[in-house]
Design a protein around this ligand. Sequence first.
Ligand SMILES: [Mn+2]
Length: 363
Amino acid sequence: MLKKLFKLSAIFALLSVACFVFILFHRKDTTFDILIEKYSKENGNGTLFLEIKGRIQEFLKKEDDRPKNSEKKTEIPTTDVSTAASTVVLGACPDTPPKLVGPLQVDFFTRRTLDEVRKELKGSLQEGGRYKPTECISKHKVAIIIPFRNRYEHLVHWLHYLHPILRRQQLDYGVYVINQDGDGIFNRAKLMNVGFVETQKYDSYECFVFSDIDLVPIDDRNLYRCFDKPRHLAVAMDKFNFQLPYNTYFGGVSSLSKAQYMRINGFPNTYWGWGGEDDDIYKRIVFRGMSISRPDSVIGKYKMVKHKRDLHNEPNPKNPDKLGHTQSTMDQDGINSLKYTVKKVEKDVLYTFITVDVDAPKS
Ligand SMILES: [Mn+2]
């Protein structure tokens, strides 16, 4: 008799497990509810079963949030799918971008037009040369600032190469070309100061990369972001036989955080014509108790578009002398003394083009 009873209860247990599994796979909460309610009433053990029911429902809910394998195959994309995707919470991008490729092929012989580059890239960019990753939230909101005048040929190469690199680096960035109006003497550092002020009208940038228009990195591991120290990125240019021309060189491409930039009162406004302003910036950094960081000479390789010296950007013999006085002039000459007038802002899909009058002396 006892044996029979045991057998019966074993069969009953097996059946209930089978029943549970059946319900689990069919996920019909309603039948499940009825079953549990009925069962708990019959047994008079309400609270325990209610608790179990709650937990099972929780479990089923979690399961339901995941896509079901059987449904995946037959799912037809509908508007519901896209709204569901847009509500997915993105995580932060990893510190090391996963899609970097290392050394790159770069050539300036291929003829390119702005229109071709536009067609190439417009799908991934937003108006004004803006991009942010769709797969994660970038930790780096970067304004790329390019002092400019009459170098459209270089601009095309720069855009063609840099946009894909910056995208792979998972930056939230914008490209801003700061164009000096008129044909007075050129002033690279003042244009970079203008870029610092103007770009902050478009977004809350915390990091600024200042780049010459003719410099393209040939390794995408050279990160266009900000670091603990002001950073010099263009450490190994082909023009200098892939070596630093001298140890304190800070020219070509550099990055500073907003705080680092403010600490040195920005860049000098008074270096007209070619030369000296990059050394002045280096001195400002040192005089404010900072040092610079650099990538190594493999990652820091650059190609420069070969060109003749620009008109109205002759080496200025006064500039080297000025360097002896940086410590005493840097508090008066910088972001706190910057004066300019914006003449025009043009938004292209590849960049924001800001034309400014910097009150340049006639050449
Ligand atoms: Mn150059």
